[in-house]
Design a protein around this ligand. Structure first.
Ligand code: SF4
Ligand code: SF4
Length: 350
């Protein structure tokens, strides 16, 4: 199963996730009568600065904002396709599981993350196929950020734990990002090419930067993404994406493409970049691409024919390359059906 909280719901691909994890407890809470030691992070501003040193942007809002996020999602239910809602309900957590120390803050972190490009070999020719930002190393980035936030707070006896949330909505509501007309979240400094990670903590929040969802000012006078979308998913008179029309929904699924989908529209291994690559907000960053795995002719043939985990057990090199693309977390249906179908479509469309 390939999990995705789709564009229709205003969210990025969730992909495989690390466990939500449990908050750490039993540590020394600072700020309740104790003086923090030098270097200990005890305020949200200090955490924001610390993570900024890694090139990440961060917003910290009160934990009570979790309820606002849930209300936002609930208020959109009527607009959303039931298939999307099923995915949303399956993926989104608004509470930390298990026995939970008090959640005092919600932390949203934006990590710049370029698109990737895998290369396949067909008829002796190397063929590059793009992979959008949120697919490669998605789980690793989320785990790294969650670990970094927890490590930054731990010396002061504070805990932090990852909590899967509607990340784009969380980012735009906290003021960390703005929605584009294409319902992608844009963050200052990295545009739409970033991973968004959400954690909760007992860190005391500072001034609440909550803004609610906001649209990029540029979208008032721009329709480039609507014109670039081949499926009509972006409408001129609505800011709600027609998710059932978005290619991402269909090429992440192992079900056959609907008849109305022209396979020539596919240009990525999965997902779709057409409404990002045309966006003037992303001009400076859209050509940044991370080279991912390269597959020789035999490996390409195997992938086109459909692979599964049993086959990959006897193909360690191919297995490692798929691991580089973050694909080993997926089941045989995804590997054998969706990957093969998407690759055929992307190669045929070029
Ligand atoms: S392409 Fe134009 S309308 Fe679409 S998100 Fe970018 S700025 Fe907004
Ligand atoms: S351009 Fe692609 S990703 Fe964007 S809305 Fe259209 S189908 Fe979806």
């Amino acid at each position: 199963m390939y999990s995705s909280y789709t564009r229709a719901a205003g969210e990025a691909n969730l992909g495989p996730r690390p466990d939500a994890g449990q908050p750490r407890s039993g540590s020394r809470p600072v700020g309740r009568g104790e003086t923090p030691k030098e270097g200990e992070i005890v305020t949200s501003d200090e955490l924001v600065r610390c993570l900024r040193e890694q090139g990440w942007r961060t917003a910290v809002v009160p934990g009570a904002r979790l309820a606002d996020l849930r209300r936002e999602i609930e208020s959109r239910r009527a607009e959303l396709d039931p298939a999307y809602l099923a995915i949303v309900d399956r993926n989104l957590e608004f509470e930390v599981a298990g026995s939970t120390p008090a959640v005092r803050s919600l932390i949203v972190v934006a990590v710049p993350h370029a698109c990737a490009r895998a290369t396949f070999t067909v008829d002796g020719e190397a063929r590059a196929v793009p992979i959008p930002t949120t697919y490669c190393h998605h789980a690793e980035v989320h785990a790294e950020v969650a670990a970094a936030v927890a490590a930054a707070l731990a010396p002061a006896g504070l805990w932090a734990a990852p909590l899967p949330l509607p990340e784009k909505l969380a980012a735009v509501c906290t003021g960390l990002a703005r929605y584009g007309r294409n319902t992608i979240a844009y963050v200052d400094g990295c545009g739409s090419f970033c991973e968004l990670v959400t954690c909760v903590s007992d860190l005391t929040p500072g001034i609440d930067p909550w803004t609610g969802p906001r649209l990029l000012a540029r979208c008032d006078t721009c329709e480039a993404c609507r014109r670039a979308c081949p499926t009509g998913a972006i409408e001129s008179d609505s800011l709600v994406l027609r998710g059932e029309r978005c290619l991402t929904l269909h090429n992440e699924s192992d079900r056959p493409f609907p008849e109305w989908v022209d396979p020539a529209w596919h240009h990525c291994l999965w997902g779709c970049l057409r409404c990002q690559r045309c966006c003037p907000e992303d001009l400076a960053l859209r050509d940044e691409v991370a080279e991912a795995a390269s597959f020789d002719a035999r490996e390409t043939r195997l992938l086109l024919g459909g692979v599964d985990h049993a086959l990959l057990a006897g193909e360690p090199t191919l297995r490692d390359k798929l691991g580089e693309l973050g694909l080993l977390a997926y089941d045989d249906d995804f590997l054998g059906i969706a990957l093969s179908r998407n690759l055929k479509a992307a190669l045929a469309a070029r």
